[in-house]
Design a protein around this ligand. Structure first.
Ligand code: SF4
Ligand code: SF4
Length: 715
């Protein structure tokens, strides 16, 4: 895994009277244990990858409490796990990245929400929305609405997060509905403290097992005819029960203020940002005491009509701070006030943007506009607006002083095994012409950026081959679908390969076999060389594909660019119809480096011989055309001024971060570029044999070069 939490998880053992200090993700895990969960699971994805990593690192603590941990193969299997809470008083939680994971899980979620639950069921969503997000910008809110699952959006401080998790289970049980708890990236990594409680064993767990299933009850199935009754139950019983619980247990918070002719209704997750902006405008202190009353919605669905009415009734105007589109909360507040004939003005979208993250600058503008528009009694709204203008002007001035900063598009790590495959595709396209590339989710999606700029569509995780199904019969040249091994097991095997074989499709599929779910932090997958328990899970992509009936199948080492080019050309040109699969084999370099560095350090400590390969460019031979950079895109390959005063073009050079993967040399060779690249072995703790060979080489090169044996040999 990218990050080990072995040390931090010790804090999960804290009990009554002790104080927990740490990160939001760990606080959530602690809250789950304090809530008496019987099972946990999920599928990794930012920003909740680390939640699953923490659970894996805490497996001993979980098993002491009889908690079962499942690292699921995708979000659908994680959602289906919650089925344990339909019949039994088992509390359980699963996690994934939303919106994409919720899309994958949607079928199981509908079938869970319809019969409802007996034990508390919680889905912890990594709400990947806003700046830095890596998926399509949609809201999980829609799922909560359509399936009648309650959506918790806790204020991002640790006591609120922990309370919301604990109360979330009670809410689920009181209303017999699953709950979703959304965590934005800042909440996941916020640090703080809270008063810990003892961990609890579930009523039923691996330590206290059920004797057997309950009496058969048709109403527990999501199946006709009971689905019609279940729809009514959702609206007539579960929704009122949820609202009563939210109100009784004060899950939403009221921050009272003296400027009470106006107010702000905010999604819990945005509370800190709003309070910070109010503080900058002189209307709140740094501890969150605000002069403008704020209704904090730690539960954004369902809203509690009485709470909305009570908050708004005494105010001339309220601002709804609701990030993203559509404006579900703003619409609901408007409807509620009209129904109750309350004439409070509702402002929101318009003063605040319809789309995009509500970062501090956006909120500063929006709040200043609200105050100017509504002019609360007791403050000089123009002076407050002036303050906002000054802050934004200072920010603009700083940006101007800094000048245009260079764009930093994400890219493959240095030495990534996937980069050579795209170098090979570029070389093949030079010869056979452009091809349609079906991209996928994973590190290989970095190929969509320069210098490769390869990829025509991305339809979801493991969907590349399926998304080429209608391109293939309509295009002269075979499309190439690229998929990672993570995507292959997540969805690609069934959605892509099975469908292609079933339909006797054609086309080329490249499976990047790097051994991990690399983009999410190197979690193990079914074909990894190891597992969380130690030994390899034993599933193999090549054997699986052969068993399914793939006839044309090649496994190629990714760094062998010439061989990859040859294999790709063969796949593109062969008259043989049917799916052609190339397994591009090369371990994730980041994971490899993490492993090898530790091993090398131990060897050095023991005085053993350690070698490291580096590549370099000979300044005198480099012509300065930089084709090598355009074809490999390696961040360790850059330019420097030419040492030759007669040549003004900068020459290529390899910097210290080179991991010696050999791609630049391979590309130079495969593309017949130039012979400037050399390979060097850096030997530490050299043996007598290394020293002898080195001396001998010096002498020979010295003779050949006429340097009296004093030639510089790069070792
Ligand atoms: S994490 Fe691994 S697979 Fe992903 S870009 Fe880095 S080296 Fe490549
Ligand atoms: S060998 Fe070349 S491609 Fe590989 S890391 Fe070093 S500079 Fe980059």
């Amino acid at each position: 895994m990218e990050r080990s939490f072995k040390k931090e998880v010790q804090a999960l053992k804290l009990g009554d009277g002790e104080t927990f200090h740490g990160e939001g993700i760990l606080a959530v895990t602690k809250a789950l244990l304090q809530s008496g969960v019987s099972y946990v699971g999920g599928y990794q994805g930012a920003p909740v990858s680390h939640l699953l990593d923490v659970l894996v690192d805490a497996e001993d603590i979980l098993s002491d409490l009889g908690v079962h941990l499942e690292t699921c193969s995708n979000e659908a299997s994680a959602a289906a796990m919650l089925g344990a809470s339909i019949n039994y008083p088992l509390r359980g939680a699963v996690t994934w990245k939303s919106i994409v994971g919720t899309n994958v899980a949607a079928d199981a979620l509908s079938n869970l929400a319809s019969p409802g639950v007996v034990g508390g069921a919680m889905i912890i969503l990594g709400e990947d929305y806003g700046e830095g997000a890596s998926v399509i910008q949609e809201r999980s809110y829609a799922y909560a609405l359509k399936s009648s699952m309650w959506l918790l959006d806790p204020r991002p401080d640790l006591p609120s997060i922990v309370r919301t998790v604990e109360k979330g289970f009670e809410l689920s049980e009181a209303s017999h509905a699953p709950v979703m708890l959304e965590l934005r990236i800042r909440a996941c990594h916020a640090t703080g403290e809270f008063a810990a409680s003892d961990n609890r064993k579930g009523i039923v767990s691996g330590l206290d097992k059920l004797a057997g299933p309950p009496r058969f009850e048709y109403g527990r199935l999501a199946h006709p005819p009971v689905i019609f009754a279940q729809e009514k139950l959702k609206i007539e019983e579960r929704l009122p029960a949820a609202r009563a619980f939210i109100r009784e247990h004060k899950l939403n918070e009221l921050i009272d203020g003296d400027l009470n002719d106006v107010g702000i209704i905010v999604m819990g997750g945005l509370t800190n940002s709003v309070l910070r902006v109010l503080e900058r405008l002189g209307l709140a202190d740094i501890f969150g005491a605000s002069r403008v009353p704020v209704l904090v919605l730690n539960v954004v669905y369902p809203l509690v009509p009485e709470e909305i009415r009570e908050f708004c009734a005494t105010k001339r105007a309220v601002l709804v701070v609701e990030e993203g589109h559509p404006d579900y909360i703003e619409q609901a507040v408007n409807v509620e006030l009209r129904r109750a004939d309350i004439q409070t003005r509702v402002l929101g979208k318009g003063l605040l943007p319809n789309a995009g993250e509500y970062a501090s600058g956006v909120l500063l503008n929006g709040l200043a506009a609200f105050l100017t528009e509504t002019r609360p009694n007791g403050i000089d709204a123009d002076a407050v607006a002036g303050k906002a203008r000054d802050i934004l002007a200072a920010r603009a001035k700083t940006a101007e002083a800094l000048g245009a900063l260079p764009a930093r598009p994400p890219t493959f790590c240095t030495g990534c095994p996937e980069r050579p495959v795209f170098s090979a595709i570029k070389l093949v396209q030079r010869e056979i012409g452009p091809t349609h590339i079906s991209g996928d989710i994973g590190c290989h999606a970095f190929a969509t950026f320069a210098p490769f700029s390869l990829g025509n569509s991305i339809l979801g995780y493991g969907m590349s081959l399926a998304s080429a199904a209608a391109v293939t019969p309509n295009m002269e040249r075979r499309p190439i679908a690229v998929m990672g091994d993570g995507g292959f097991w997540h969805n690609g095997l069934i959605t892509g390969v099975e469908s292609n074989l079933f339909n006797k499709g054609d086309g080329v599929l490249i499976v990047m076999q790097n051994g991990y779910a690399s983009a999410t932090g190197q979690q193990y997958i079914p074909s990894s060389a190891a597992s969380k328990e130690g030994p390899a899970p034993g599933m193999d992509i090549e054997r699986t594909l052969r068993a399914m009936g793939v006839k044309w199948l090649r496994t190629v080492r990714t760094y062998g660019v010439a061989n990859m080019v040859k294999t790709l050309k063969e796949a593109m040109r062969t008259a043989e119809r049917g799916l052609k699969v190339i397994i591009a084999d090369g371990e994730c370099q980041l994971a490899r480096q993490r492993r090898v560095r530790v091993q090398d350090a131990e060897k050095l400590k023991r005085g053993e011989r350690v070698t490291r390969t580096r590549y370099g460019v000979d300044d005198e031979i480099c012509t300065g055309d930089h084709s090598c950079i355009r074809l490999s895109g390696c961040p360790s390959l850059t330019v420097k001024p030419s040492p030759d005063p007669l040549r003004t073009d900068p020459v290529a050079t390899v910097i210290e971060s080179c991991v010696g993967c050999g791609l630049c040399g391979e590309v130079a060779h495969a593309a017949v570029l130039c012979p400037s690249f050399y390979r060097a072995e850096i030997v530490r703790n050299a043996t007598w044999r290394d020293r002898f060979v080195h001396r001998f080489r010096q002498i020979v090169i010295g003779w050949l070069g006429g340097y009296n044996g004093r030639a510089v040999v790069k070792t």
